[in-house]
Design a protein around this ligand. Sequence first.
Ligand code: PRP
Length: 221
Amino acid sequence: MDWITIALPKGRLADQTLDLLEASGYDCAAARESSRRLILEDPAAGLRFILAKPADVPTYVDYGAADLGVVGKDTLLEEGRRLYEVLDLGFGKCRLCVCGVPSLKDRLHTLPNKRVATKYPAVARRYFETVRRESVEIIKLNGSVELAPLTGLAEVIVDIVESGRTLRENGLDVLETIADVSARMVVNRVSMKMKSSRIHEMIEAVRVTLEARKGQGGTES
Ligand code: PRP
């Protein structure tokens, strides 16, 4: 039997993915081992899990180092890789937003040549230059992006907003929503053909579980 290699984003999305796969009939006990190992195998099921940094999942899947992966839509939009996006898994929900001080609401266009701080430079550039047709300076940060407008580093940020608590506690607000985000299952283009039956079987099993969850009144967030 061919191995199926699944790239999981280390952290909360990984646990939710394993719950979903187990509910869909896949034994994921091996992947739940708490250790520092980064590759976890279940030979009986022919499943191999690799634990990657979330932003690297599309890279592993694009190059075929993993057959499929689970990754947030925010990362997919930023990475822009040629993958098959086959399922919206319904968890990991948040929004990609432009945020800043509340006084900028409905006044974004009045600020020329804004500086935009973000962990998502490609998303931010596309949004401001292609959608809004404004020229901006993008400043790449690696976290705690909300600091940028508070310290004068940038006028606005592009970041994910989940509960809104970080914004609220720092006196910031959503100015515009760019996209809704949730976890997606993605598949390597060659694997989709070469391991077609096993991959389609998995997609279908997960799809049925997601439908059943919807019927029970919704998805986890
Ligand atoms: C993310 C994001 C926001 C926060 C949003 O940061 O960049 O800062 O979560 O969540 P909330 O709306 O529920 O407050 P993360 O926790 O990943 O840390 P980081 O800032 O170091 O990237």
